[in-house]
Write a protein that binds this ligand. Structure first.
Ligand SMILES: O=C(O)c1ccc[n+]([C@@H]2O[C@H](COP(=O)([O-])O)[C@@H](O)[C@H]2O)c1
Ligand SMILES: Cc1cc2nc[nH]c2cc1C
Length: 347
C-alpha cells in the first residue's frame, strides 16, 4: 500500500455544488445552518453524490502502549490501556456510551497493548507489547511503522467491505499525547512548547518534564519531517500508525472518516506527509483541549465542528459528530423549500 501510493478518490466539486444548491433552496436563510452546511458539502464531495449514505458506521479504536510512559510523562498508569480496551468492548467507556447513543459499532484493535488481552472481542493485531522508550531508542523500527499503517489500512478496508458507510477513529494508549506532541512538533516544524499539553491531566511540573523528554528524543534521533515514516518510527506509536492507515484507506475509497482529538491530529500530519491534501477527505470532529490542536487545524485548513474542551480520546469526539450527520440527513429529508412557501429573497 505504501509502495504503490495509489491515489485518493478525487473530491467531487459537482456534488459539493449540487449539495449547496439543495441547501440554499431549503426554507431557511442562506447559509443559516453554518458548519452543518459545510459538513453536508464535505460529505457530498467525499462520497461523490448528494445522496449521501451514512447509516452504517463503526468506530475503529487502535490501542497500544508506549515505552516513553516509563519516563513519567503521564498521570495515568500504563495498565489503563489494557483495562480500557476490555472495558470498551463491554460497552462501558466514554466512546462506547456515546457510540451507543449514535447507533455506532465500536471495534478495539490491539496493535501493541503491553498485556495479553484475553478477550475475543478485541481484535488481535499486536505488533509487540508497546513501543521502545523514545529516550532509549527509536520507538519502533521502520518496518514496524509500515506494519502499523498497513494494519490500520486493512482493518478499515474490512470495515468498508462489511458495509460501513462512515468510519470514526479513536485510540487508547497511555502516554500517547507525548508521542503525538513529538510528531506534531517535528512535522509542523514548531517548538515543542507550542504543542505539548496536559494529556490525561498532569501537573505544571510534569508538563515541563514531558516537554524536556520530547525535546531530548527529537535531539537524539533527529526524525526527518520530509520522511513521515521516519518520524512515526522514531517518536510515534503503533496506534498512531493504525490511524494513518485507516485515513488513507477511507480517502482512497470515498468513505467519510471522522477524526477524533489530538492523537488523530498527529496521525493527520503523517498522512498529509504521505498524501498531501488528504485533509480534504477527512472530517475534523472537535478541537481537542491539547495545546497543538489549533496549529494542526490551521496548517491543513480544517475547522473542527465542535469545541467542547474534551480530552478523553477513544474516539469520543468522533462518534459525537454522528449526531450532526444524522441532523444533516434529517434536514435533507424533511425540510421543504423556499419555493414551497413562495419566499423569494431580495437581499
Ligand atoms: O484525544 C485527545 O485529544 C486526548 C487528549 C488527552 C488524553 N487523551 C487520552 O488519554 C491517554 C493519553 O494521555 P497521556 O496523558 O497518558 O498522554 C490516551 O489513552 C488518550 O486516548 C486523548
Ligand atoms: C480512565 C481513563 C480513560 C481513558 N481513555 C482514554 N484515555 C484514558 C485515560 C484514562 C485515565
Amino acid at each position: 500500500m505504501l509502495e504503490k501510493r495509489t491515489g485518493l478518490k478525487p473530491i467531487s466539486e459537482a456534488a459539493i455544488e449540487e449539495m449547496q444548491t439543495k441547501l440554499d433552496h431549503k426554507c431557511k436563510p442562506i447559509g443559516g445552518l453554518g458548519k452543518l452546511e459545510i459538513l453536508a458539502d464535505k460529505l457530498a464531495g467525499i462520497e461523490g453524490t448528494v445522496d449521501i449514505q451514512t447509516g452504517k458506521r463503526v468506530c475503529l479504536v487502535f490501542a497500544a502502549d508506549h515505552g516513553v510512559e516509563r519516563e513519567g510523562v503521564s498521570a495515568t498508569p500504563r495498565n489503563v490501556t489494557a483495562l480500557q480496551a476490555v472495558n470498551m468492548m463491554a460497552g462501558n467507556t466514554t466512546v462506547a456510551a456515546i457510540a451507543k447513543a449514535n447507533r455506532c459499532a465500536v471495534q478495539v484493535i490491539d496493535v501493541g497493548i503491553d498485556a495479553d488481552v484475553a478477550n475475543s472481542k478485541v481484535l488481535n493485531r499486536k505488533i509487540r507489547r508497546g513501543t521502545t522508550d523514545m529516550l532509549q531508542g527509536p520507538a519502533m523500527t521502520r518496518k514496524e511503522a509500515e506494519q502499523s499503517i498497513q494494519i490500520g489500512y486493512d482493518v478499515a478496508s474490512q470495515a468498508i467491505d462489511d458495509g460501513n458507510q462512515v468510519l470514526a477513529i479513536g485510540e487508547l494508549g497511555i502516554a500517547n499525547t507525548t508521542a503525538s506532541s513529538a510528531i506534531i512538533a517535528v512535522m509542523l516544524n514548531e517548538p515543542v512548547a507550542s504543542v505539548v499539553g496536559r494529556g490525561s491531566n498532569i501537573s505544571d511540573q510534569r508538563l515541563q518534564h514531558k516537554a524536556d523528554v520530547i525535546e531530548a528524543a527529537i535531539a537524539k534521533w533527529r526524525p526527518d519531517a520530509a520522511d513521515p515514516i521516519d518520524v512515526l518510527s522514531k517518536v510515534g506509536g503503533f496506534e498512531i500508525g493504525g490511524k494513518v492507515g485507516a485515513m488513507i484507506c477511507a480517502a482512497q475509497n470515498g468513505v467519510p472518516l471522522i477524526m477524533d482529538g489530538f492523537i488523530s491530529e498527529a496521525a493527520l500530519t503523517i498522512a498529509e506527509g504521505l498524501y498531501p491534501g488528504i485533509s480534504q477527505h477527512l472530517i475534523a470532529s472537535h478541537a481537542s483541549k491539547e495545546r497543538g490542536t489549533q496549529l494542526v487545524m490551521q496548517r491543513y485548513g480544517l475547522d473542527p465542528l465542535l469545541e467542547l474542551n474534551m480530552a478523553v480520546g477513544e474516539g469520543s469526539g468522533a462518534v459525537l459528530v454522528l449526531s450532526l450527520i444524522d441532523a444533516v440527513q434529517s434536514i435533507l429529508k424533511n425540510m421543504n423549500t423556499l419555493e414551497d412557501l413562495d419566499v423569494f429573497f431580495t437581499k
